[in-house]
Design a protein. Structure first.
Length: 337
């Protein structure tokens, strides 16, 4: 099989690219800014530069996130965005290696949605493409032994969706993808602030609130000052938000995740349940950085819960490990077909 040299996690919030032999070469927001000039739409910028423009542009510039809930929503803009990202880390041309890419995906993707990823790769002249579930990569990224015969439970909480999977020998034996993630939490915080304080917070501010004071601990006293626009006057107004105010919002999201986990556990054999009872549940993804995730989930599910040391990187580091172990990668690819 092909010798793969790139791994791409094309996420709702961020796109991460791992280059074999180099490591993580790019991590930028999955967004693109399109400017209309003389009735023509052109790419103004992508990634971090595009995200900086949110809420700061005139009507001629639109900032778009082309990946929605883990699925390619706007094919053309996804292609233009990824094209620019690849230019930065894997330029093509004479003497340059061909792009052979492993794409990670949510385990709940349909055949049609997977084919859109393959079509995207074809449109970008990617020579060879492999698709591997993000949860499988996450487990490898958390350094579970390659030939471990035990079953493991992985919960990957991303920006758009949460991927839940029970994995044995790099196979998903039970899995589900639910529409709960960082963006939904942000939207609920926005609604809360709008109703209580009569102000509207920007997209980037909401993300900062969640990341700074988001907590599942009842005794957390974290707080943050934020600025928004008053609904009635459209004037700038500063308020102070406390962790305990948004705790019910955070908890609501994790309650839904726990319910999905419970449903999956109820489908398992006693042998699989025995493994999970011993090894617990591994939690990763950007939203896993919220304070108290392990204790809260453990209490709900009555199981040990472990948050990865760097939960944001579990998936891409696992994919990187596969690039460095092409034998295992090719075995997984064959079995995924």
């Amino acid at each position: 099989m092909a010798q793969f040299n790139l791994a791409i996690d094309l996420g709702t919030i961020n796109t991460v690219i791992y280059v074999a032999g180099l490591g993580v070469a790019l991590k930028e927001p999955s967004c693109i800014a399109i400017e209309t000039i003389n009735n023509k739409r052109v790419v103004k910028c992508v990634g971090s530069e595009a995200k900086k423009l949110i809420g700061k542009t005139n009507n001629s510039i639109e900032v778009v996130f082309p990946i929605v809930e883990g699925v390619i929503h706007n094919f053309q803009l996804a292609k233009l965005m990824l094209k620019e990202f690849l230019k930065k880390v894997a330029p093509t041309g004479i003497g340059k290696p061909r792009r052979r890419v492993v794409f990670m995906h949510a385990c709940g993707l349909t055949k049609e949605e997977k084919n859109r990823i393959r079509d995207l790769a074809y449109a970008l002249n990617i020579t060879a493409t492999a698709l591997i579930p993000s949860s499988v990569c996450a487990l490898i990224g958390m350094e579970v032994e390659e030939n471990d015969p035990n079953s493991h439970f992985v919960v990957n909480i991303g920006g758009g969706v949460t991927d839940i999977a029970i994995i044995n020998n790099n196979h998903i034996i039970r899995g589900a993808t639910i529409n709960v993630g960082g963006l939904q939490i942000d939207a609920n915080i926005c609604s809360y602030v709008k109703e209580k304080y009569q102000i509207v917070l920007g997209v980037n501010t909401l993300e900062t609130v969640k990341n700074s004071i988001g907590s599942l601990l009842n005794n957390d006293i974290s707080a943050i000052n934020v600025v928004g626009l008053e609904i009635d006057t459209q004037r700038r107004k500063e308020i102070r938000l406390y962790s305990q105010e948004i705790l019910p919002i955070i908890a609501g999201a994790f309650n839904k995740i726990a319910e999905a986990c419970e449903a999956l556990l109820n489908m398992c054999s006693s042998e699989v349940l025995s493994d999970i009872n011993i090894y617990g549940i591994y939690v990763c993804g950007g939203v896993a950085n919220i304070t108290g995730v392990d204790k809260y989930m453990s209490k709900l599910l009555n199981l040990p819960v472990y948050t990865d040391v760097d939960p944001d990187s579990s998936v891409i580091l696992g994919a990187g490990n596969l690039l460095n172990n092409q034998t295992l990668l090719n075995t997984i690819c064959k079995e995924m077909k």
